[in-house]
Design a protein around this ligand. Structure first.
Ligand SMILES: NC(=O)C1=CN([C@@H]2O[C@H](COP(=O)(O)OP(=O)(O)OC[C@H]3O[C@@H](n4cnc5c(N)ncnc54)[C@H](OP(=O)(O)O)[C@@H]3O)[C@@H](O)[C@H]2O)[C@@H](O)CC1
Ligand SMILES: [K+]
Length: 491
């Protein structure tokens, strides 16, 4: 797991650690780490052209001290002051090392010509849209031809949330201190960071539990069948999906479950959807639901349900969803099921685990919120959804985030922009449902499902050879690549 802490926690840990250390120690540690990464990126420091963009706070101080270190190794370092104040000790150190301050008017040309730009405009103290001249400098850095290294956080990115309200620095590398910040892991902020390098400054023992975590392959643990396992013990997942109008969603959801390791998939739907599923997935055990039927008797035992993809939103769908949610089994609700829940939130009052997998539009309906605001502030809204709906919530999108009341938010590290295509969400629902039926908790099933789904998409888009480049993919390609994604896990 990678751990991230919000600004308040970072400041508290910094205060506790600083009280035990001589003044300036932490900033020196941070600057040394930053300079080390910059030197590594430059390869040859001597003679390199470096520009430091310095704001008036300690972020600027870090950047100036790092610039001084590079100047001592022979780099030509010029600094630009954004605003009227500047970290005086940092500036003095830079000057003593042979660096100099240049006029704001000359900043654009200097940034354009630099081999490396250090962005020290704002760090964890930044808030709201960047003001001038910071915004113009951030845009200049983003367009620079050289390497752009953000100090702690790309300026313009909110460290705690990842929100970007105006201009922000697009970095090639972000060197962050002490712990990751949520805004480096969650879009839109994450997309500004480039590669994130963590520099240890000794904060670890003083930090509280993380606010956000990002799982690695070893944290993804799908159930493994043993010699004793039979199809029932491996987990039977029930899928209630598809309707007269939408049959494809059902085929994709069942496919995700078959390749997601379910011992058995029981599929229930209206006749056209059942006929299609039988053709494509003969592995599934199917039951036809007649029009008007609102009970799920006679389907057989399942260990978890997936309800919603292509189900429709009418009375029949509502009745069937109610039947599923009134069981004492874990239930994953997706797609049309979520639209029904938006008008029937009472159905969420249950004791068994409920996992909701909305995209921003579906969550907007569930919370009566604005879709654009959800996309801009994913962390805030996924937490709010989990608390208000008292469920585990997986919010799909450019960064998939998973929240459960009282737990750190999990941020999925896999995925690709090619995944933004119709039907991929249906695959995720079946895959995650299979993991739920296999015995994982709602939080772990969502974590593993999102991870494997994103990885399968990457493998499908990237092809067999790592040098092959990428290609557009469809939802079925994700299903096909799931075995390869599972094989990458250490198990
Ligand atoms: N914590 C730690 O463990 C350690 C922290 N360290 C470092 O300290 C950094 C935090 O330093 P910090 O607290 O001085 O804040 P910082 O990020 O420099 O920003 C403050 C300045 O930004 C300005 N400003 C704000 N918003 C703005 C906007 N929208 N547009 C324009 N300007 C804006 C604001 O201006 P003001 O509002 O005061 O006018 C103020 O001048 C941290 O990121 C890390 O690099 C390390 O050295 C050691 C360990
Ligand atoms: K910065």
């Amino acid at each position: 797991m990678r751990y991230a802490h919000e600004v308040g926690d970072v400041r508290a840990a910094e205060g506790a650690l600083m009280a035990r250390l001589p003044e300036g120690t932490l900033m020196r540690r941070a600057a040394a780490g930053l300079a080390r990464v910059c030197a590594g990126l430059l390869g040859r420091v001597y003679g390199a052209d470096v520009v430091v963009l310095a704001g008036s706070g300690d972020n600027g101080g870090d950047a100036l001290y790092a610039g001084a270190r590079l100047a001592r190794r022979g780099a030509r370092v010029r600094a630009v002051a954004a605003g009227s104040r500047l970290h005086q000790e940092g500036l003095a150190d830079l000057r003593a090392a042979g660096g100099r301050l240049i006029d704001l008017a000359d900043a654009g040309a200097a940034v354009a010509a630099a081999d490396l730009v250090i962005d020290g405009l704002t760090g964890i103290g930044g808030s709201g849209a960047l003001r001038e001249p910071h915004a113009t400098l951030a845009l200049a850095a983003s367009g620079a031809g050289g390497i752009v290294v953000a100090c702690d956080v790309p300026s313009g990115v909110d460290a705690s949330s990842g929100q970007v309200e105006g201009a922000a620095v697009r970095a090639d590398v972000t060197v962050t201190f002490g712990t990751l910040k949520p805004g480096l892991l969650i879009d839109p902020g994450a997309s500004y960071c480039g590669v994130v390098e963590l520099v240890d400054i000794g904060l670890g023992p003083y930090l509280d539990d993380p606010d956000v975590v990002s799982p690695a392959a070893e944290d993804v643990r799908p159930p493994v069948p043993g010699p004793e396992s039979d199809k029932y013990r491996r987990g039977v997942v029930g899928i209630l999906a598809g309707g007269e109008a939408f049959t494809g969603a059902a085929v994709l959801s069942v496919g995700g479950a078959v390749r997601g390791g379910a011992g058995m998939v029981r599929f229930a739907s209206v006749r056209p959807a059942v006929e299609l599923v039988r053709q494509r997935w003969p592995e599934a055990v199917t039951t036809v639901i007649e029009p008007g039927e609102k009970a799920l008797d006679g389907i057989g035992r399942v260990q978890a349900w997936v309800a919603g993809p292509g189900l429709g939103t009418g009375e029949d769908a509502e009745g069937l969803l109610q039947a599923v949610l009134s069981t004492e089994l874990p239930v994953l609700v997706d797609a049309d099921g979520l639209t029904v829940l938006a008008r029937r939130r009472d159905l969420l009052a249950r004791d068994a685990p409920t996992l909701l997998t909305p995209h921003a539009g579906e969550l907007a309906r569930l919370l009566d919120a604005d879709r654009g605001e959800i996309e801009a502030r994913r962390l805030e809204f996924v937490r709010r959804a989990a608390a208000e709906l008292d469920a585990t919530v997986l919010l799909k999108g450019s960064t998939t985030v998973i929240a459960e009341p009282g737990r750190p938010v999990r941020v999925n590290p896999t995925g690709t922009s090619w995944l933004a295509t119709a039907g991929t969400g249906d695959v995720l629902s079946g895959l995650t449902g299979a993991l739920l039926a296999g015995g994982l908790s709602a939080l772990d099933a969502a974590t593993a499902g999102a991870y494997l789904h994103g990885l399968a998409a990457r493998l499908a888009a990237g092809g067999a050879s790592p040098d092959a480049g990428e290609a557009p993919i469809g939802a079925f390609d994700v299903i096909t690549a799931l075995p390869a994604a599972f094989r990458t896990l250490p198990w």
